[in-house]
Design a protein around this ligand. Structure first.
Ligand code: ADP
Ligand code: MG
Length: 268
């Protein structure tokens, strides 16, 4: 039986931030892995054509690999192309191959272009007994990210503790308001995770304080430290949780996942 609490209903997170390199993929794979280690059933939908989440979770995504592209474009069920991650028996990944880049344009003229992922997710929830779903998004706000925003109920924003961190969030908040008004009124920015935190610098502490002031209920109390172990793990097709399980980065992601699972979804 799971050591982490099972949510009443499946929780569906889109990990979003319009800035690149802020730790979206790293956060997705480590939280997903940690929740699966806690005994929960987890699906990661790799929505970035780069396929970095697939890599870190040990799932092949060479060109031609079936995954997110087929689900979006051909209406194939997620369950048919989701692959088990070697990291944990209850962790599955819908892989993204580079072919997914074409979907951004090909979707434009398709019927229900913003809802295609949501339809697939609803079906997967019925078929699978999944507890947590995470979408790892590309940094752009195209139809791939939009499909993930429409399919999700919660937004998780990783924020790098550096200058201008809040600027990207302001932009994202505007996007969320548009999505709420038009396509998905049940989505909420529920969770902020501070990443690449360096407690030795004033800057990290100041940015963290500012984020907490703006988002007091959403910001997790556990921060993720800047750590070379976290950055090294994907080149071994691993997350930091199996690459260096005792490292501060692994401990921090385990704590953040526990915090996420133990609090109810916060709505503002
Ligand atoms: P995004 O998906 O937002 O583009 P990534 O998760 O790929 O961002 O992270 C960007 C880079 O920063 C990657 O090289 C990653 O390994 C590294 N990185 C992410 N989190 C940390 C961390 N806590 N400490 C050190 N490096 C990190
Ligand atoms: Mg990424």
């Amino acid at each position: 039986s799971p050591t982490l609490p099972r949510p009443e209903r499946p929780r569906i997170f889109v990990v979003a931030n319009q800035k690149g390199g802020v730790g979206k993929t790293t956060t997705t794979v480590n939280l997903a892995h940690a929740l699966a280690m806690g005994g929960l059933n987890v699906l990661v939908v790799d929505t970035d054509p780069q396929g970095n989440a697939s890599t870190a979770l040990g799932v092949p995504h060479s060109p031609g690999t079936k995954g997110t592209y087929e689900v979006l474009m051909e209406g194939i069920g997620i369950i048919e192309h989701a692959q088990p991650s070697p990291h944990s028996p209850n962790l599955h990944v819908l892989p993204a191959a580079i072919d997914l880049a074409a979907a951004e344009l090909e979707l434009v003229n398709m019927r229900g272009r913003e809802h295609r992922m949501r339809d697939a997710i609803m079906q997967y929830i019925d078929e699978s007994g999944v507890d947590y779903i995470f979408f790892d998004c590309p940094p752009s706000l195209g139809l791939l990210t939009l499909n993930a925003l429409v399919a999700s109920t919660e937004i998780l924003v990783p924020i790098q503790t550096e200058y201008y961190a809040l600027e990207g969030v302001t932009q994202l908040m505007r996007t969320i308001q548009r999505v709420k008004g038009n396509l998905n009124d049940s989505i909420e920015l529920s969770t902020i995770l501070l990443t690449m935190y360096d407690s030795r610098t004033n800057l990290s502490r100041e940015v963290a304080d500012e984020v907490r002031k703006h988002f007091p209920t959403q910001t997790l109390s556990n921060e993720i430290p800047r750590s070379v172990r976290i950055a090294e793990a994907p080149s071994f097709q691993q997350t930091v949780l199996n690459y260096q399980p005792k490292s501060p980065g692994a401990v921090a992601y385990l704590a953040a996942a526990k915090e996420l699972a133990e609090r109810v979804a916060v709505t503002k």
